[in-house]
Design a protein around this ligand. Structure first.
Ligand SMILES: Cc1cc2nc3c(=O)[nH]c(=O)nc-3n(C[C@H](O)[C@H](O)[C@H](O)COP(=O)(O)OP(=O)(O)OC[C@H]3O[C@@H](n4cnc5c(N)ncnc54)[C@H](O)[C@@H]3O)c2cc1C
Length: 392
């Protein structure tokens, strides 16, 4: 097993690193480093810079704009972006809807939607979860009834990330409710968010931010040509897409950057003089996280080595999701401890060069409770490992 990068892979990493140094706008990097909120314009600006370079959709087929990078190169690229504090790439178009269209879409659907996703013309969101149908997704009830050349959609989605910015939503809907098995009779529809009858309502989170929404459908008419794959076979599409959703939840590069930041913070003088880094109990917790992060990286490299050998990762990807998100949360907990009362929006009168970071941090700490819930909760990931990896 080879857990180190080859000479070519190291050269590739240097190329990506150098390009990011030159092309990542300082204001965007600054916002990410200080955990500031990114507007739709910020997200699209970075999307378009990458699209112009030809690096926005590495995993796509080359004829549609993919880069022909192998799995290791794609991983290096993602980690370098995370480490350099590049804005996150919103996955719903590039990394979720597009793979579905490549696998299940008609030629017409591909031609209509993919170039717009690539250029950042359309902003997508994901309409899977409903009240009462999160982990038990197959119990979803939003109904779509075919009338001639249209489906008429009624129901509600919830937790829909960035729906308030989105032009399109891909949705799981129930087209047949008379079947015994709940996974049957579900279909996958692409819906224009401007269609009459759609209402988006914000869900305020405990960090005060607006990131997720409820989306209501009231007699929404969707052209039948927006059905992806066969009517009633949407569960096949849904499962395919969930694999993609969990691929990049480890965020190792971003966690490495957070760890460095944490060390800087803990090295600051405190009111009673002694930096927190000198505290044995704090150092113990810090070292444990650092070791966990190294172990996660090595585990990730082991999976990559399998991919090099042509074996796709299976349910093991759940392990990366669990460990990656646990580490992200643990880092935010220690950062809160390192900042103490400074991690409050009002406590910015102390001038030690960390004010912007301090002021934004309490919100980030609250926000990061989400990571063990979204993309399938960590408990559900453990169930997947138990069933499919450990064969219990
Ligand atoms: C910030 C955020 C963004 C999101 N964005 C989107 C989005 O854009 N689009 C979208 O469709 N959805 C989105 N979601 C929804 C997300 O996928 C669901 O929240 C998640 O699947 C859990 O479902 P639930 O909230 O209904 O909780 P429930 O399924 O009700 O679970 C409640 C608790 O019970 C546990 N549990 C449930 N079943 C089991 C079981 N069988 N075994 C062990 N434990 C179990 C869960 O782990 C959890 O702790 C988002 C969620 C969050 C928090």
């Amino acid at each position: 097993m080879d857990l180190d990068y080859s000479t070519e892979e190291r050269a590739f990493r240097d190329e990506v690193r150098g390009w990011l140094r030159e092309n990542l706008p300082a204001d965007l990097r600054g916002k990410v480093e200080t955990y500031g909120s990114l507007s739709k314009e910020d997200l699209l600006r970075w999307h378009r810079i990458l699209a112009e370079k030809g690096w926005i959709a590495p995993a796509w087929p080359v004829e549609w704009g993919g880069t022909h990078w192998n799995a290791v190169q794609r991983y290096i690229f993602e980690e370098e972006c995370g480490y350099a504090a590049a804005p996150p790439l919103i996955p719903f178009g590039i990394a979720m809807c597009a793979p579905v269209l490549f696998e299940f879409g008609t030629e017409e659907q591909k031609k209509r939607f993919l170039p717009r996703i690539y250029r950042g013309d359309d902003f997508w969101c994901q309409g899977y979860s409903e009240p009462g149908s999160g982990s038990d997704l197959a119990s979803l009830r939003t109904a779509a009834v075919r009338h001639g050349e249209h489906y008429v959609v009624n129901g509600q989605k919830t937790w829909t990330t960035l729906a308030h910015m989105a032009d399109w939503i891909f949705c799981l809907v129930r087209t047949d409710s008379a079947l015994d098995k709940k996974q049957e009779g579900i279909s996958f529809l692409l819906i224009d968010m401007k269609t009459p009858g759609i209402t988006v309502r914000p869900l305020k989170l405990m960090d005060g931010g607006h990131e997720v929404n409820e989306v209501f459908f009231d007699e929404v008419r969707v052209p039948a040509e927006n059905l992806v794959f066969e009517e009633g076979k949407g569960w096949t599409v849904a499962k395919y897409l969930l694999g993609y959703e969990r691929m990049n939840t480890g965020r190792i590069g971003a966690s490495k950057r957070d760890l460095e930041r944490l060390k800087e913070l803990a090295a600051r003088e405190t009111k009673n003089g002694e930096p927190l880094l000198e505290d044995a109990r704090f150092r113990d917790r810090l070292s444990r996280i650092e070791i966990e992060l190294m172990a996660l990286e090595i585990t990730n490299l082991r999976f990559l080595d399998q991919l090099r050998g042509g074996r796709p990762p299976g349910a093991e990807v759940s392990l990366l999701k669990i460990k990656g998100t646990e580490i992200q949360q643990a880092l935010t907990e220690l950062m809160m401890q390192a900042m103490g009362p400074l991690a409050q929006p009002l406590a910015t009168d102390e001038t030690d060069g960390f004010e912007a970071l301090d002021a934004a941090f309490a919100a980030r700490y609250c926000n990061y409770r989400k990571t063990s819930i979204y993309a399938g909760s960590n408990e559900i990931q453990r169930n997947i490992i138990a069933k499919r990896v450990l064969d219990l």
